[in-house]
Design a protein around this ligand. Structure first.
Ligand SMILES: NC(=O)c1ccc[n+]([C@@H]2O[C@H](COP(=O)([O-])OP(=O)(O)OC[C@H]3O[C@@H](n4cnc5c(N)ncnc54)[C@H](O)[C@@H]3O)[C@@H](O)[C@H]2O)c1
Length: 279
């Protein structure tokens, strides 16, 4: 008879969880019984998400948050320590989701415009440097302890700690005027395989989920207030671009993360979060 896998409650950090895919990830992890700590730079949106959108989990003491600027390494280190306090000094899952998610240079600029250089720096710092810095700050709270090796505890079931980077199909495929976003997301592919190899001996698995085109406007305070829903946002292109022949939901990305959390022998892979087939 197949054994039923028990999934113990895990302690989870989600960056960029005030809205969008990050908000959905936080909610689905909470609904699955885990404890979640959210980082975001949008203070009011974060407050709304934690205290109103996720009220029942907040009242139950299972979700907390900090305003954190992912472009500020010192802020990241301080807020990871704060999160760890809330999570009893144990971080099981770190989801590096916070990003500048718009793939185009602002205001229709092209790379011929030198003003894109500042935007380039913002993409690289937010989307590539911050997953590195946040992971670095979380390692002391994630790594397998020496005593686990001595007792063999790390070999006894359970999937162990893991880091999940939220990348993008844009790592591999561009439209014009996406150099900053594409490069930051392509950099995450290298970061993921390098960290997977380096952190294996600490018992930490590292994987990446690469979403395709996911409509997220309903995952926000404004979306809640206007009664937005996902169906209304989906275009024919959102369906046609995906090999599964339907558009992607934020829930699909949360499901991929829940899978990776429990996939004990999976590290150094990119999970297709509905990657696009458009060329
Ligand atoms: N939605 C899509 O179609 C899609 C496609 C591919 C990849 N992705 C990736 O999925 C992730 C989530 O995207 P989304 O669509 O939900 O975007 P979103 O803009 O709705 O959410 C991104 C979140 O990151 C936060 N953030 C941005 N800069 C920050 C900073 N300096 N410090 C702290 N927080 C910061 C924002 O405030 C926001 O809450 C991103 O990594 C994005 O690149 C999204």
């Amino acid at each position: 008879m197949a054994q039923t896998r028990s999934t113990p409650a895990r302690n989870v950090i989600v960056s960029g969880g005030a809205r969008g895919i990050g908000r959905a990830i936080a909610r689905y992890f909470l609904e699955a019984g885990h404890r979640v700590y959210i980082f975001d730079i949008m203070e009011e949106e974060l407050e709304y998400t934690v205290k109103q959108h996720l009220k029942k989990h907040y009242d139950a003491g299972r979700v907390q948050s900090s305003v954190c600027n992912l472009r500020d390494v010192q802020d990241i280190r301080t807020k990871v320590d704060q999160a760890a306090k809330f999570l009893d000094n144990r971080i099981d899952v770190l989801i590096n989701n916070g990003s500048i998610a718009s793939p185009y240079w602002k205001d229709g600029k092209t790379m011929e415009d030198q003003a894109t250089f500042e935007e380039w720096q913002a993409y690289i710092e937010t989307n590539l440097t911050s997953p590195f810095a946040t992971s670095q700050a979380a390692i002391p709270y994630m790594k397998t302890e020496q005593k686990d090796a001595e007792t063999g505890a790390q070999k006894l079931g359970g999937a162990g700690p893991c880091i999940i980077n939220i990348g993008s199909f844009r790592a591999l495929q561009s439209d014009p005027n996406q150099e900053g976003y594409a490069s930051s997301k392509a950099g995450q592919l290298g970061l993921t395989h390098a960290m997977a190899v380096s952190l294996g001996h600490l018992g930490i698995r590292v994987n990446l989920v690469a979403p395709g085109r996911i409509k997220v406007a309903h995952e926000s305070r404004e979306g809640d207030e206007k009664g937005e829903n996902w169906e209304k946002q989906v275009s024919e292109k959102d369906v046609d671009d995906h090999p599964v022949n339907r558009a992607g939901r934020p829930r699909d990305i949360a499901d991929a993360c829940l899978y990776l959390m429990d996939a004990a022998f999976v590290t150094d892979i990119t999970v297709d979060g509905g990657a696009s087939r458009q060329k």
